[in-house]
Design a protein around this ligand. Sequence first.
Ligand SMILES: C[S@@+](CC[C@H](N)C(=O)[O-])C[C@H]1O[C@@H](n2cnc3c(N)ncnc32)[C@H](O)[C@@H]1O
Length: 411
Amino acid sequence: MKSPRRAAVSILRAWAKGHVYAESLIERHASRNNLSASDRGLLNAIVLGVLRHRRLLDHWIGELRKGKLDHETRDILRVGLCQLLILQLPDHAAVFETVNLGKSPVRGLINAVMRKAAATKKSLLDLSELPPAIAHSHPDWLYNRWRKAFGPEATLELMAFNNLPAPTVARINPLAPEATDPPAGSNESLPAGYFQIDGPIPTEWLTKGTIYITDPATRHGIELLAPQPGEQILDACAAPGGKAFLIAAAGGSGQGLTCTDSNEKRLPRLRENLSRLHITPDSIQAHDWTQPAPTKWHGAFDAILLDVPCSNTGVFRRRVDVRWRLRPQDITDLTRIQQSILEQALPCLKPGGRLVYSTCSIEAEENDELLQQFVELHPDWQITETRQALPQIDGTDGAFAAVLRRRSSFD
Ligand SMILES: C[S@@+](CC[C@H](N)C(=O)[O-])C[C@H]1O[C@@H](n2cnc3c(N)ncnc32)[C@H](O)[C@@H]1O
């Protein structure tokens, strides 16, 4: 079995080559190799630490060594410097373990870089003269975009927040036959029904479906949707089921709930999650909402949730690698899909029904601006309520949710 440090280097190589989320690669490796809790913790801290601080780590590598590096040696140095300068592990362990990760021809180079880093730690850790996007490891285009949208101070706070480890927050499942009592003090400053889990998640809670791991910001869309018992509700972009769970929890059961998702591969996980959570929706099926809805769904729903695919810019603290994958054009492309999902879903509302549009993006282009453009093009629809959670202000994931209703003739 590989050491967590060696596994971290392989995972970073696999991440750079493919399109798999870092969290999934870590999970896959940890369960295949049956890692102990402490090895898993170290692997997680190193891989997530390298991905969060990638730009800063590369800046340090550039300061410590001039000249080209092959991909593997760079990843080894990133893993080493992350231990030394980000995780602040003892110098001797960080240097020794990192040198051992390299093949013999590059060990001398790794040794020299790591020793120099240990000797100049204080000056390397002084980030005061660095451009903020390097110090906080974000791409320039996002930094510039957020500066325009939120201002310089808030952008610094946001970037710093994105680099903090995310707490594990659980929502109690009121539909589970057995109750979970949150440990004392674990729900201070969290909304009712939520509590924080420090340390490993008790597997019993997961297998018995007494909790679901989710950030409190996910509740905004469901509070606006306000599901009522007996209603027909569509969760159009439902996988893996976090919001479907909140809908069922709020409405008292999965009765009347239809869940769809365009990605068939995500449906088994959605089914498993809901079944574990003691929820039996009316139906779970594949549908691409950029295409016209089947006629059976026209005018069929009291309420529709569109938790649309988005840029995920509100959840960089959890999705640590997205900032390196996302391109400005992706945001424009996503808005086309979001608009189209909205257009196709509206005919499925009953007269007087409500639609909640939600994202975990903090980009106005995917949120307010998109809906403003929509109501300008469709003057018979209005936005009746909006919520926006911003990480740097609310201390939660970023989230946006808004209610759309058709204007009545009295408006
Ligand atoms: C933000 S995630 C939904 C998260 C889910 N609501 C939850 O709380 O667990 C967006 C989902 O939309 C799905 N999706 C993407 N394009 C879609 C489309 N055109 N029609 C339906 N679903 C789509 C994706 O497969 C993904 O599962």
